[in-house]
Design a protein around this ligand. Structure first.
Ligand code: TRP
Ligand code: SF4
Length: 431
């Protein structure tokens, strides 16, 4: 059993087991021009087909993430932002929450410092990486996020929070609330805008949040598709039965479903057939429900990133010293860490020349995979040279240090020339 604690330092060893245990699908999509997809670093998804579809048809979709404004932005945070920028280029409307309420309670960062950290350490790096203006807001300052967090809290009870997060009675109330504020972050673009698919790119340790948010989304919907050979929709909650029936019937007919039977007592509608395009049917149903239910949302989709290994092995995390590199670090500091990295090398140089190294169990190779190799060909070269024994760890680490240094220097230059753009993000749209 994999135990996943979004705030802890546990590692995930077996992604297949994780998928099975939590009902996550394998990521089999090819995202052209996306290095994480091309390098098999996406280890799972929930309903990603909705996002693929929206990208292909140029239909509306949202991309959402949040950042914890504590410490500096490091390599582990970079992958999620690259995914966000990828989706922005593919047409997504972006929302980025500064989880300052969460870091206030879990990391003891006061709200004033959080503001400074969020801008200096995170937003400037995002812009340097290529992020264009989008809704960048602070949880503590957003009335509408807090309002909806309260509204959705009505449908979540303590035993559920304990089952998902293992919360003990000693937990502070704000800590218990933070996943609910986060669920509000994720659903709010739809609540305050139109319903549409929402992609949340996450590290594998953040999946519990997505599960909770998807459940909450479903709880607030009145037209619920149930398991059945054909199509069966039940009218949930307090929805006005007549309104709901006619909305569901309209969409069933639109999708060619015939012989619809209505059961007023059990509040269900049934047809023996199935829509030929199930995803389109589900989306239409939510959109139609919006006409009478302002809280109808499409359950958010996720793309799950494999967790990067720390430079010295173990988890990569801000809270594990020297396990990662901050984007605001100097090339010298970063280089020192890389030279001390754990590798997949052999006991001796002779042995490595003869047998080759093991790039598949090497944090340095992961640096190339996640950050340093620009092209697939560059990465293949490192891999092949390592396997054949022509590449030795000393030189390999030195090359990695140099590439990392170039990356950090270029980010620094871009951060400095991006400062004037910060205001545009802070003033953007709705919050
Ligand atoms: N809890 C996230 C973290 O620890 C931050 C976060 C807040 C978030 N709101 C979000 C992530 C919404 C994804 C979506 O980094
Ligand atoms: Fe890792 Fe490079 Fe050594 Fe291969 S040569 S094991 S990739 S450090």
């Amino acid at each position: 059993m994999e135990k996943i604690d979004p705030w802890g330092v546990s590692q995930i060893k077996n992604y297949q087991a994780m998928r099975e245990q939590f009902g996550i699908d394998q990521f089999n999509f090819n995202l052209e021009g996306n290095r994480f997809s091309e390098r098999s670093l996406l280890v799972g998804h929930r309903d990603f087909q909705l996002i693929k579809r929206a990208m292909e048809r140029k239909e509306k979709f949202y991309a959402m993430t949040g950042l914890m404004p504590s410490g500096e932005m490091h390599l582990g945070n970079k992958a999620v932002m690259e995914m966000m920028i990828y989706f922005q280029r593919k047409g997504a409307e972006l929302h980025i929450a500064v989880a300052d309420l969460e870091s206030y309670v879990t990391r003891d960062v006061d709200l004033e410092s959080a503001k400074n950290i969020a801008i200096e350490n995170f937003l400037l790096n995002y812009i340097a990486m290529g992020l264009k203006p989008c809704n960048f807001y602070f949880q503590s300052e957003s009335f509408r996020i807090q309002k909806f967090a309260n509204v959705l809290s009505k449908e979540v009870n303590m035993s559920e929070m304990k089952a998902i997060y293992g919360f003990e009675d000693s937990k502070k109330m704000l800590e218990i609330n933070s996943p609910l504020i986060q669920a509000s972050d994720i659903l709010s673009p739809q609540i305050y805008g139109e319903p549409a698919p929402t992609i949340v790119p996450v590290g594998a340790d953040q999946d519990p949040h997505i599960r909770l948010t998807r459940d909450i989304s479903k709880r607030f919907s009145s037209l619920r598709i149930q398991d059945s050979k054909g199509t069966r929709i039940s009218i949930g909650g307090k929805a006005d039965a007549e309104l709901a029936f006619s909305a569901a019937e309209k969409i069933m007919k639109k999708h060619g479903l015939a012989q619809i039977t209505k059961n007023s007592k059990y509040r269900t509608l049934e047809s023996p057939g199935r829509p030929s395009d199930q995803d389109a049917f589900n989306l239409d149903l939510v959109r139609e429900e919006r006409e009478f239910n302002p809280l109808a949302t499409v359950p958010p989709s996720s793309a799950i990133l494999r967790l990067e290994t720390g430079i010295k092995g173990g988890k990569m995390s801000k809270s594990v010293p020297d396990s990662t590199i901050s984007l605001n670090e100097t090339p010298q500091e970063a280089g020192k860490k890389i030279m001390k990295a754990l590798t997949g090398g052999r006991e001796s140089v002779e042995e490595q020349k003869k047998l080759g190294g093991n790039p598949y169990n090497c944090p340095v190779f992961e640096l190339y995979m996640y950050h340093l190799s620009e092209s697939a060909a560059d990465l293949k070269k490192v891999e092949n040279e390592c396997l054949s024994g022509t590449r030795l760890c000393g030189g390999c680490k030195k090359e990695a240090s140099e590439l990392m240094g170039e990356m950090l220097t270029s980010l620094k230059e871009k951060r400095e020339s991006s400062r004037h753009l910060v205001k545009e993000f802070m003033d953007f749209g709705s919050k």
